[in-house]
Design a protein around this ligand. Structure first.
Ligand SMILES: [Zn+2]
Length: 210
């Protein structure tokens, strides 16, 4: 264990590591909240500019721009149909779909297999099904998508295996420290044993070991 040692005992190290981990957790939480604030700020700014842009088109006497509405509707789900309607003088959010139309696109499979894949969405709520997660990513053909799912599962297995190995190694180091400590009948180490919930050594050797 090469963590900063405060007290010098294993118990001190564990407490210091826990404190460090909790600080890391708070820090990550704070960064997520900041990112969310930024996201909402960026959306509000986009909505504001969109209204100015719509007002400009209206003053030029142009009708709602279908191509732009299609892009906004299908590629920017954070911009609400209500905002789109407001910007382009469309009577209700429900009518925006009449301008956007279904999302029909054909692209070469991103897996590079040469097939062409199609997307055909009629409902904006379909977008919320995490379209780019490997199971649902429409940009891959069925075969390439299945391959990606398999690869992701293999990566996950490998990560889990590495985690278990790391935990096992940490446990082994701790156990060695405990064994050495118990040989010296060090009461601080025995406290660490109970703290960790490892009672096997004591059970196998008796409480009055030594
Ligand atoms: Zn493919």
């Amino acid at each position: 264990m090469d963590q900063s040692s405060t007290g010098g005992t294993d118990e001190g190290n564990e407490a210091a590591r826990l404190r460090q981990a909790l600080l890391g957790l708070s820090d990550a939480q704070r960064r997520v909240e900041e990112a969310e604030e930024q996201l909402h700020g960026a959306r509000d700014e986009a909505n504001r500019i969109l209204r100015l842009f719509g007002a400009r088109l209206a003053s030029d006497g142009a009708g709602p721009p279908r191509d732009l509405i299609r892009v906004l509707y299908w590629d920017y789900p954070m911009i609400s149909a209500r905002e789109i309607a407001l910007a382009f003088g469309i009577r209700s959010p429900g009518e925006v779909y009449q301008f956007a139309g279904p999302d029909v696109r054909s692209i070469p499979c991103l897996g590079g297999c040469g097939l062409v894949v199609n997307r055909a969405l009629k409902n904006r709520s379909d977008l919320k099904a995490k379209p780019y997660s490997s199971r649902l990513d429409w940009r891959y053909c069925d075969e390439c998508r299945a391959l990606r799912v398999e690869e992701e599962a293999a990566r996950q297995d490998e990560a889990n295996r590495a985690r278990r190995q790391r935990e096992w190694e940490e446990q082994a180091i701790l156990q060695r420290a405990i064994d050495e400590g118990l040989a010296e009948v060090d009461t601080e180490i025995i406290t660490t044993v109970r703290f960790q919930g490892i009672r096997r050594y004591i059970t196998e050797n008796g409480d009055d070991d030594g």
